[in-house]
Design a protein around this ligand. Sequence first.
Ligand code: XMP
Length: 534
Amino acid sequence: MKNATDVTDADIAPAHQAEHQKLLIVDFGSQVTQLIARRLRELSVYCEIHPFNAVDDAFLDAFAPQAVILSGGPASVPDADSPRPPAKVFDLGVPVLGICYGQQVMMQMLGGEVLRGQGTAEFGRAFISPTDHRLELLAGWFHGTREQVWMSHGDHVSRLAPGFRPYATSEGAPFAVVADPKRRFFGMQFHPEVHHTPHGPALFQNFVQLAGFTGDWTMGAYREQAVAAIRDRVGDAQVICALSGGVDSSVAAVLIHEAIGDQLTCVFVDHGLLRKDEAAEVVGMFRDHMNLPLIHADEADLFLDRLDGVSDPETKRKIIGGLFIDVFDKHARDIGGAAFLAQGTLYPDVIESVSFSGGPSVTIKSHHNVGGLPEKMGMKLVEPLRELFKDEVRALGRELGLPERFIGRHPFPGPGLAIRCPGEITREKLAILREADAIYIDQIRRHGLYDEIWQAFVAILPVRTVGVMGDGRTYDYACALRAVTSVDGMTADYYPFTHEFLGETATRIINNVRGINRVTYDITSKPPGTIEWE
Ligand code: XMP
């Protein structure tokens, strides 16, 4: 598996060379740092998150930010070894916004004082009141006498650094908003990036406006830059891409195709564990509609024969992952060897997370890597979505002309229906599952619920139950419907369908799918459950 630490500068789409304006977020380890980036990207401002211990003077020179935001974090400024940004941040002549810990560390470094919490901690919803209305950063705030914000702090600023004035106060934070408007340094004790600070977006809007951002981070501009960067990196070499039909690999493939045309070959590995009509849809869409050079590797028999009699979930995954590499490898060799492998890696997978126990640690999701292929095949990577969040990938997909039906698709796991068929997989069970799943998804679409749900599917259970249909006894499979809301799949809630919807769906499935005589709805959240059944 490729690890982000193995990624050389040359692997990365050259953000530092890009022509758009850039904002730097220095991360001190807050749980919600990514949301700062989200809020800024929504304003068409390009930003990158970097851990405090990776930001030094040389980095600042190379990055040349037009503004800096210091994030919150779990450390305590009065501690001797508490993390700091380089002092140079305050000599760049650009606006600086400190949030929570970021405010405190800024105050301390510029000559103020921070005290450990003494009954002043605030966690959760809080209200701040203005003490001075003349701050550009707060334009649009305080229509009433106070604003709802979200706080999460123990320590607080007890004395302001020279040049700073207070602009708002809360019960636990006398200096809830402070600023030195001349130097354009701002600090706030609360978190404007979270949804519980309802007018937080206005505050970011004001900040980027006063920092002179023009909102040049648009998908149109990104498309042009990315196409040029891909051409630059690939030259006249061949690129191969495992196309799954999911949003990320689809958008990556279409973008790369726009850049290098037929130097790209996509391989769609059909492992026989796809949903009803899925292979035809994906192949029809990309080969026939978008003219992408696409190999449809129909290997259902290979996969299903090897999975015969296997019931352990991790063994299933290993078999599928191993065969996937073999099949992909074979096709890569058939086309004469490709120098590059395209992957739909997204920004959240490459953001380095802050670790206080050593150097910056790295988080990367394994399922974005096609099972160690780059090392095995000696390939370099092309990852044109490395700078984007998921909704930006969708926006880019729209920009590239992908139909909405593809862009809005629910995620689908690599092992496919194998992990929705707990226990042994048989062709009979897969056929039943496909029919039931198609009806369920159709029901969800008919009721206009598809986009409200993060992921929905049917699992066929390894149990037969007794039923009665007409005058006869049945002894068929039970199935479970699953539908969850989620932001990133890490946690999830079950979707609250109405009883009418559930009843109607169960009736449609039982009446139309031979082999199922009982339908249940899974109301487990994650945790303690997982989204998939295996
Ligand atoms: P769980 O079941 O872990 O699922 O709550 C979270 C998300 O990950 C997907 N998933 C997988 N995706 N290979 C994948 O590519 C896998 O082995 C795998 N297992 C789960 C799942 O569909 C959900 O979106």
